[in-house]
Write a protein that binds this ligand. Sequence first.
Ligand SMILES: [Fe+2]
Ligand SMILES: [Fe+2]
Length: 293
Amino acid sequence: MSEGVIYEPGWSNDDVDWTRFDASKVDHELLAAVKAASLVEFNARDYVAYLTRIYQEARPEAMESIRRWGEEEVQHGLALGRWAETADPSFNFREAFARFQAGYKPAHFSGGEGSVRGSRRGEMIARCVVESGTSSFYSAVRDASEEPVLKEIAGRIAADEFRHYRLFYELLTSETEAELPLWRRLWVAVTRVNESDDDELSYAYYCANVAPVDVAHIPYRREAFARAYHAAGMGLYRRHHIDKLVKMVAKPTGINPGGRVASFASAALWRILTAKAGMTRSAPRTSTNAKAA
Ligand SMILES: [Fe+2]
Ligand SMILES: [Fe+2]
C-alpha cells in the first residue's frame, strides 16, 4: 500500500499511522529480523562519532550532513523498535539494545585511529555499499510485509536509505583525495560486503530474539545466529531488489551498472541468496522462532 508513496526526510514516530496496526498480519520470522535491525540502526551514534573523527578536519562542510544522517538512522531504530514492541509486547527494545551495545564493540568505534578503509574515498565506498544493502533490505521488507504499519515504516526507511546512498556517493565524487585504483575500490566493496556476515547482525539477532531469562541456557554462537538472521531476512528478497542492489554497489566502485560484470554479479548473488534462504531448518530456535513454529 505504501509502495509508490513518496516519503519526505525528517519524519518521526508521530508521523506513522500506528492505528492501522493489525496483529493478525504479523509474520513472526520477519518480526525476528526487524527486532535485530532495530538494534543495529539505533547504534548509529557510534558510527557518527567514527565518521566525524575522519571528516572534521578535512571536510568540515560535510559535518552537518553526517550528523543528520546519524539522526535518521537512530529514528529508524526507534520506529522499528516500537513496531516490534507493538507486535510482541514481551520484547523490550531498550533492554535488548543495552545488551547489544555492551557486547558489540568493533575496534574502530573506540580507537582514535583514522579510517579502517585507509582513506575517505574508501570510507565512502563502504558507506555506499551499506546504504545499498539497507535500501534493498527495507524495500524488500516493504514489499513482503502484509502488516500495514510495518509496510509504512519500511517504505519510509527505504526512502531515507536511498537518500543516504546519494549523500555518500556525492561525498565520494566531490572528494579532493586522489582517486583509488580499481582493484582498491573493488577490495573495499568486497570486504564491506563480507563484513555483513560479521558479529554486528548475528549478535543483534541474538540480543533481540533471546530473552534475558533464556541467555544462560542459549549461549551466543556467531555462526548459528548469523544463519538464523539470514534465514529470517534473506527470503524476503525478489530478483528486482537484487538487480538494483548490485547496480548501486557497482556505481561507486567504477563498474558499469548496466554492463556484463554487474549482470553476472546479480545472477550469482541471486543464486547465493536463494540457497541461504533455504537454511531456515538449521537455524537455532529462539522464543520468536518457537512462536512461529
Ligand atoms: Fe537506516
Ligand atoms: Fe542509512
